[in-house]
Write a protein that binds this ligand. Structure first.
Ligand SMILES: [Zn+2]
Length: 412
């Protein structure tokens, strides 16, 4: 990318910044928990049409897809962002009301600002930057605003199921405008223990699953987990214990312990279950029985589509010298005057689905700090929103160029 092009992108991004910020603010002001993204989808669809996307449509899951047609010889690039957000919890815990979209101290505040309505707005406005600067990418740019990422990525899975493909993808989860080339996978593991429920005044008659669960959690602390220099190893954390009883004077007949297990690329769900089952077997006491499994859940989108899916995100990792990494670093360095750091996310994203289920190479790049995500202080710097719109526009140009003209050494 030459200086003239990067100047044109930066100037266009500065010019559209007020509209971009207003759009991001409207998105934050419109609550859209998983399964109820319809109103935000309407906003996104309307904005794509207004800005001059060549095609805009919704799929059966309710994902919004906008296409900017590029030249015939280039590769296509998907920009992926989710429309849903996690629950804000009690509003009084927030410095600003979670859905007010307050702008203060140069930042947009509220639930979803950093995860990831700010990024989604910047992805939509990257196309506005290109159109304003009169720059057409060499291949198609496909902006996908997806549903239900926070509950396992049903929206992106449905996109792929309906056959949407691209030669490369950028996932816009918070990265502080650094590049991310992978993350660990996530499995929601269930440890189910069945016992015998009795009146708690006669505990000797019970088969009380609590003692089995307690033994299991103790053993879990010494479970050897596979290491990895990039990902700092797999991890496992007990999160919830769900009882079949609600009274304090009844022993449970069944307890389900939830584990958040973060996998390395070589770990399969079956291998994880196989490593945990012996710990449970060794912990069974008082006639309890138990089983380790991966959670499956029936999800329903706001359009009424239903799917029974595994509660899991696959891991992904691009090699450090992958063509996508090199070309993206170069383009962002030319745009901003400094080479962006390249690292890994701690959390999981839809990037795992895109790469593992459809073979689409994925890079992460988005506004907002990773540490802000899922907190009551969630906010995103306005400067980063503008920077992201410019960055996405530059990536749309650089990553759709035919490979042969820029990187002959490595195939994407
Ligand atoms: Zn997110």
């Amino acid at each position: 990318m030459n200086k003239e092009t990067s100047d044109a992108i930066n100037a266009a991004a500065a010019a559209i910044a007020p509209d971009l910020i207003a759009f991001a603010q409207r998105l934050v002001q419109t609550p859209s928990p998983p399964g109820a993204e319809g109103e935000v989808a309407t906003l996104v669809e309307g904005e794509m049409r207004r800005l001059g996307f060549d095609a805009v449509w919704r799929d059966t899951a309710g994902n919004v897809i906008g296409r900017l047609c590029g030249g015939a010889g280039g590769g296509s690039l998907m920009l992926n962002g989710h429309m849903d957000h996690v629950d804000p919890g009690p509003a009084q815990a927030w410095p600003y009301p979670p859905f007010a979209g307050v702008i203060a101290d140069g930042r947009l505040h509220g639930r979803g600002s950093a995860d990831m309505k700010g990024a989604l707005a910047a992805q939509v406005y990257a196309v506005a930057v290109l159109l304003r600067a009169g720059l057409r990418p060499a291949g198609d740019v496909i902006v996908t605003a997806v549903v239900q990422e926070e509950t396992g990525g049903l929206g992106t899975q449905c996109l792929l199921e309906e056959g949407l493909r691209a030669d490369a993808a950028i996932v816009g989860e918070a990265s502080g405008l650094e590049l991310k080339r992978g993350h660990r996978g996530r499995l929601e593991v269930l440890v189910t223990v069945n016992g015998r429920s009795v009146h708690a005044s006669a505990p000797e008659r019970a088969a009380n699953p609590h003692f089995t669960i307690a033994g299991f959690i103790q053993r879990l602390r010494s479970l050897p987990l596979p290491g990895d220099p990039d990902f700092r190893g797999a991890s496992v954390a007990p999160t919830l214990i769900v009882s079949d009883q609600t009274a304090g004077n009844v022993t449970p007949g069944r307890l389900v312990l939830h584990l958040d297990y973060r996998t390395l690329p070589e770990e399969t769900a079956a291998a994880v279950v196989a490593s945990l089952q012996p710990l449970l077997d060794a912990s069974l006491s008082d006639g309890c029985t138990g089983q380790v499994s991966i959670e499956r859940a029936t999800m329903r989108t706001y359009t009424g589509l239903e799917r029974n899916v595994l509660n899991a995100f696959p891991p992904f990792r691009l090699p450090a010298d992958h063509a996508l990494v090199r070309r993206a670093s170069k383009a962002l360095a030319e745009l901003t005057g400094k080479t962006p750091p390249v690292g890994f996310w701690r959390f999981s994203t839809d990037g795992g689905h895109l790469m593992q289920e459809a073979g689409i190479p994925v890079l992460g790049y988005g506004p907002g700090e990773e540490t802000m995500v899922h907190t009551v202080g969630e906010s995103v710097a306005l400067e980063q929103l503008q920077g992201a719109a410019a960055g996405y526009a530059a990536l749309c140009l650089a990553l759709t160029e035919p490979l042969s003209t820029s990187q002959p050494a490595t195939a994407m």
